[in-house]
Structures are given as C-alpha cells and as structure tokens.
Ligand binder design. Structure first.
Ligand code: SF4
Length: 337
C-alpha cells in the first residue's frame, strides 16, 4: 500500500513521476500547499455525473478555530490560507452560472471576503458555500454576498446547547441566537443548510426532539445531521481514546453514519436510531412540502427550485438508501421517544 498524507497538489505529481520511474515510495507527506501555486484544473476530465456540480472551486482553505471534533482544522494545521483574488476570478470566469465554493468558511478572513465579493460583482453568478455563523451579524457583508448571487450557505450550528458548544470548543457559535441567525440570512434571500452533530457528553435522549422542534420552527431549509465522529488526529479522538470510549476503530465506519464512540448519556443504539429518527422526520414529504411552501416568503423561486428542493429530495434519497428512514421507525417503536 502507498500512502499520500496531506493535500494532493504537491504529492500527486511526485507520485506519478516516481511511478513512471518504477520507484513508488511507501509514504508521501506534503507541506500545506501555497494556494497561489494551485494548478488550473482540466475540467474536461471531470466525470460530471459523479458530482453535485463540476463547477466547484476554492478561494480559501482551512480554519483557524480549534473545534475538538473537526478534521478540517486538524488537517489544515489550524491555519487558513487564501488564494489571490485575481486567480479566483480567472477560474470563476471559466465556470457556468452556478458555482459551489468548497471553502471551509468563505468569510473567515473578513477583509479577504470583502475584496473577493466586490471583485465578483460584475460576474453575476449564483453561488453556494460553507460559511461561519458570523455572516448573520455583518449586515454589510451579508448584503454584499446576496448582491453577488449567494443563494445558499452551509452553516455548522452543531448544537443548541451552550454546554456542548463549550465542550466542543466551538466558541465562535456561543451565545448566539440561532433563530435570529436563520431569520437574518433568510431576509437576505439566502437558503441555509444547517449542520448538527449528536452524541456529545451533554446530549441527553431528548436532544433529537428538541433539535427537530427548533429546525422546524426556525424554517431551516436543509439539514446535515451527523453522529459525533472522533476522527484520528483531532483532540476529540485523543480524549475519547484515553477514556477508552472509542468502540470501533474500523476507519471505514468513520462516515457519520456509524456510531464509533460510547456516548455518556445514552446508548450507542439510541444515538444511532435517534439521529436516524431526526433525519426521517425532517425529510418526511410533509415537512419538505411545508418548508418549501414557507420558503416562498423569503427565497426566490429560482433558489427554491434550483437548490432548496433538489437538496431536500437529494438528502431524502441518500438517507433512505442508507437505511436511515427504517432505523428512524425503530427508534419510535422502541419507545425511547
Ligand atoms: S468546525 Fe468549523 S469553525 Fe470549527 S474548526 Fe472546523 S471548520 Fe473551523
């Protein structure tokens, strides 16, 4: 087995050269890539059906925060890098109208985000990205994002509990009014996919119902809910491993669909079924229909039909294929809820 550690841009050319010379090494370990040196991707090689969109790119990478469970921060060594704005613009001009930024938090460097967003004004794109919760409090940046075509943001809310956020070291989300965050972003005409994680030491069995209630009442447009997954290399993994609470070290199970650690206030089975139940409820046809109906009050029909509805149906399809809907039924029947 040959192992490539770190980002691909520096490693893969070396691996190919060594392969061509018949001398592949066992390990390739890369320094963090300088984003000014990123090669231009040859998009003709992309198998379009294999991705949500081939029009995906990055303006920034990494995050300076240190949330205990986060593999992004650990992988990027708790640093954030930005790509020269003119490079981003050059690539953006080669893409279609709809663009997906694969950044970890596109507004983390506020000054950079403003520079990039202003440069994007003439492009008239429609774009989506991951983003920090702080955008809701920066009225000017939020308006600018909407003006240049931002139509959907993925935001990692993680938990409704202050104790859980504190335990995760997710300080950037603390003491925020999540309902207000959703409302302000909706007022800008932007849809939100909320990320929530279940299985912290502070989570009791009522966490699923409480979170569902918030999601439905706040009109969250889409949901990514995951079982807490302590990836190796993160502070969370070290802590749980020390406590002997990692119950599964088959790395193929570290996919957010398996429970691999022993929660404190519920069984592994409850965490598994409770997360599935929440997914089943949130993506029921009746809730999707209700959500879409309400969304006409704050999102454009283009955003609803091009992004929100396909995302909801896509998640429903994916979760059904993974058996989440069946598992969710079992949670209810078991009487835990
Ligand atoms: S969870 Fe988000 S805020 Fe926290 S370290 Fe990861 S990318 Fe940064």
């Amino acid at each position: 087995m040959k192992i490539c550690i770190g980002e691909a841009e520096y490693n893969v050319p070396l691996m190919i050269a060594d392969f061509q010379n018949g001398g592949l090494k066992k390990f390739y370990k890369s320094e963090l890539v300088d984003l000014a040196e990123l090669p231009k991707p040859d998009r003709h090689l992309i198998r379009k059906n294999a991705y949500v969109t081939p029009n995906a790119m990055q303006a920034t990478r990494g995050c300076v925060h240190s949330c205990a469970f986060c593999s992004v921060a650990a992988f990027n060594r708790y640093k954030m890098r930005t790509r020269p704005v003119d490079h981003v613009m050059e690539e953006l001009k080669t893409l279609g109208k709809y663009v997906l930024f694969m950044d970890d938090n596109i507004i983390l460097d506020n000054a950079y985000a403003r520079e990039l967003f202003r440069a994007m004004i003439p492009l008239k794109k429609r774009w989506f990205s991951q983003c920090g919760i702080g955008i809701a409090e920066d009225e000017e940046l939020l308006e600018l994002a909407a003006q240049i075509g931002c139509r959907g943001l993925f935001i990692g809310f993680e938990s409704l509990s202050e104790q859980t956020l504190s335990a995760y070291s997710k300080h950037c989300n603390r003491k925020r009014n999540y309902r207000d965050v959703v409302k302000r972003i909706h007022e800008a005409g932007i849809a939100i996919c909320g990320g929530f994680v279940f299985g912290s030491d502070e989570d009791g069995e009522d966490v699923f119902e409480n979170t569902l209630q918030f999601l439905l009442e706040s009109n969250m447009d889409a949901l990514q809910s995951t079982r807490l997954t302590p990836f190796p290399g993160t502070p969370l993994f070290d802590e749980l491993d020390k406590e002997g609470r990692i119950v599964d070290k088959d790395w193929s199970h570290y996919d957010f669909f398996h429970v691999v650690h022993q929660p404190k206030q519920m069984s592994c089975e409850t965490l598994d079924k409770g997360t599935a139940w929440l997914q089943q409820q949130f993506y029921s046809y009746s809730n999707i229909t209700r959500r879409v109906g309400k969304a006409f009050g704050y999102l454009s029909s283009e955003t609803i039909f091009k992004a929100m509805l396909p995302l909801n149906l896509g998640w429903r399809y994916k979760l059904t294929s993974y058996g989440a809907f069946k598992l969710g039924n079992y949670f209810q029947k078991s009487g835990i809820n």
